[in-house]
Design a protein around this ligand. Sequence first.
Ligand SMILES: [Zn+2]
Length: 149
Amino acid sequence: MASSGTGGTTRNCVSCGRSIEWNANVCPYCGHDYRMQAYGQPVKKETAMPTIGGVLILIAGLIELAGGAILIGGSTFFISLDFGGAALAICGIVIAVIGVIALLGGVFAIQRKHFGLAILGGIVGLGGWFIPGLIGLILVALSKDEFKD
Ligand SMILES: [Zn+2]
């Protein structure tokens, strides 16, 4: 109970600790400026979580895209043998499209926008790179507050 500055017309400067006018814009002792805090928007806490999560999801998407491309490439060989090539090609296309969705989700996560699409990308990216993709998905889900929409 050394000094409680509450209740009076003074407060303690957060910078130098001296007693200053309650509504002072600038501390007369150390010059600490309070106007920025008064007029600035509430500072949104930003973490690295969406960026790290987004990169992991992006890589998972790239792996899926590469896997799909390999399947499509391989399918031409099986088509030439007339042996399930078409099914393989369709599988490859589906996996490649899923990879692109995951890739976009990763990009959105890094940009902190379209939370729903970032999550969707993270979920479909699990097929490409499961454990890191899951970590990425969790990181993005935990940082929902940092997304613009
Ligand atoms: Zn001060």
